[in-house]
Write a protein that binds this ligand. Structure first.
Ligand SMILES: [Zn+2]
Length: 132
């Protein structure tokens, strides 16, 4: 396994993928519920990585790492500016898809109504002719 330096503390360690060492990962696991709670307790305030780190007096690199490592995706995807806007893009494409589905469904409903209407007209027309 390659030797990499931890992006948070700079310690060298062997890793097959993550660039955060085990002890920093433990710190992130400890920090995560605190940040989540903090965000939950302050739902009306706009935060980014910098202000969260500032207000909580935590190391900004750790808060940033939580975002980068997707810890906080569910909690702050619309609130913390992530370097990639993937969450937002995903949301937008899902919205577009559901709009498309709605349009499709409406078109199908229209088509079904047309069929039903012409069918009803024929029947109705036939009946009225017979009755009168
Ligand atoms: Zn580390």
């Amino acid at each position: 396994m390659p030797l990499v330096s931890c992006r948070l503390c700079g310690k060298l360690f062997t890793s097959g993928g993550p660039t955060v060492c085990a002890s920093c990962l433990a710190k992130l696991d400890d920090l995560y519920p605190k940040v989540r709670e903090f965000l939950r307790d302050n739902p009306k305030t706009e935060f980014n990585v910098e202000t969260v780190a500032d207000v909580m007096e935590e190391d900004i690199r750790f808060v940033q790492a939580l975002v980068d490592m997707k810890y906080l995706d569910r909690d702050m995807e619309t609130r913390v500016e992530s370097p990639t806007n993937k969450a937002r893009e995903r949301l937008a494409s899902e919205l577009q898809k559901s709009l498309r589905d709605m349009k499709d469904a409406a078109a199908k409903r229209e088509a079904a109504k047309d069929v039903a209407a012409s069918y009803g007209q024929q029947r109705h027309g036939g009946n009225t002719v017979k009755k009168s």
